[in-house]
Design a protein. Structure first.
Length: 287
């Protein structure tokens, strides 16, 4: 495996970087908030002082940060990746950001002789920890082939969907479908409980039929208990829905369910639920 750098040690990124370290990659890591690297150092990682310093000692730099402006800052801001990267190096962006911005970032890096692959992921913290993520990949064939050893270390299903930006477009589709799954389970669970059904018995019955889904199996319990420990932050899903809705507007397409979910999430954000798992949508239904 090439020399690997990893930038962004949040809930997802730290778990992904840990899997690379366990695979023997000894990644060089950086995080905007100090202190997040300590557990990774015990696994053989090394900490750098800036994104530029990470890029200076890496052939491949993986980025996993929150939003489009964050990727922009990490790549092109003071002490950014562009300043430290050597010609011929590769950036793999696992953040979920705008497809258009991804293409613009790739073009700018290409002028410096640096290739880029977009590779947003799905599967939540559980998938990041267990290296079972689904990875949606966009980029040139040769660049994607080069990225594959890294991507196959952090994920189970890795799919090359087309040129740069295609991974982000596919992630937008994923987040639209996810909102439908969560809304369906939330409405069903709240309806069943209000109707006086035993929720555990109800979930067991539903799991044997067409209503069975990952969301029902893994998030209905949180909705029943009205307790939403972190899995995938509501605030991040709302950000992702914004990207999907922007993409749809550019294609003259209306997404009514995504729009409704975005509005409900805005209300939950206003009530201080941004850091809860997005299954907190059940509270918007059950008010």
């Amino acid at each position: 495996m090439e020399r690997i750098g990893f930038i962004g040690l949040g809930t997802m990124g730290a778990a992904m970087a840990a899997n690379l370290a366990r695979a023997g990659a000894s990644p060089t890591v950086w995080n905007r908030t100090p202190g997040r690297a300590a557990p990774l150092l015990d696994l053989g990682a090394h900490e750098a002082e800036s994104p530029s310093a990470v890029a200076a000692v890496s052939d491949v730099v993986v980025i996993c940060v929150s939003d489009t402006p964050d990727v922009d800052a990490v790549l092109f801001g003071p002490d950014g990746v562009e300043q430290g990267a050597s010609r011929g190096s590769l950036v793999i962006d696992c953040s979920t950001i705008s497809p258009q911005a991804t293409r613009e970032f790739g073009a700018r890096l290409a002028r410096a002789g640096v290739a880029m692959v977009d590779a947003p992921v799905s599967g939540g913290f559980e998938g990041a920890r267990q290296a079972t993520l689904s990875v949606f990949v966009g980029g040139d064939d040769a660049d994607v082939a080069r990225a594959m050893p890294v991507l196959q270390t952090i994920g189970r299903t890795v799919t090359h969907l087309g040129p740069l930006g295609s991974g982000q477009a596919a992630k937008a589709v994923n987040q639209v479908i996810v909102c439908g799954a969560y809304m369906g389970v939330a409405e069903g669970i709240v309806l069943g409980m209000r109707a006086g059904l035993d929720p555990a018995q109800l979930v067991a019955a539903l799991s044997g039929g067409a209503a069975q889904s990952w969301t029902l199996a893994n998030r209905s319990g949180r909705m029943i208990e009205d307790d939403y420990p972190l899995g995938f932050r509501l605030a991040l899903h709302r950000k992702d829905l914004g990207i999907a809705l922007e993409l749809a507007r550019g294609l003259d397409l209306d997404l009514p369910l995504a729009g409704l979910t975005a509005a409900l999430e805005d209300g939950l954000l206003a009530d201080g639920h941004g850091d809860d798992d997005m299954s907190v949508l059940a509270r918007a239904v059950g008010r």
